[in-house]
Design a protein around this ligand. Sequence first.
Ligand SMILES: [Zn+2]
Length: 172
Amino acid sequence: MDDLYYLRLALDCARNSPPKPTNFRVGAVLLSPSSSPSILTTGYTLESPGNTHAEQTCFIKLAGTHNLPGPMIEDHLGPHLPEDVVLYTTMEPCNKRSAGNSTCVERILKLRRADGSAAIRKVVCGVSEPEKFVGENLGRKRLEEAGIEVVHVPGLEEEILEVATAGHEKEG
Ligand SMILES: [Zn+2]
């Protein structure tokens, strides 16, 4: 399985996100890698209505294909997922959000199989979330404590950050 290949796909998704000064343009891919790898869905920041994140959009789109009701789709989506789901996201899933939104870490942790185990078994990301908006991201630790492998794949950092911050005011 080529992590860098799918991370690149996620980065291509991020390029579709509208540039804004107040958030990062992130892209995500949900993959079922076993035997013949299949992409379950993709998403990017602000793709779904509202202030939506890339990972959140993936879950919303996938819930749509299973006719699951909102708003807490993560409570119902887990048992519908294949057993080997890997989440590729250009930026480490957020662990803090303003205005009472669920974080992507919380959403990932809520995705459980019928037996209670984590439905997403691995998260692959290209960069940690920059501390500009939310401070230090302790999400990785929370995910790992739930048995989810978190992997940073190096090589695309510069490109990812360039795309992520395209709508931000340039310093200096
Ligand atoms: Zn998020």
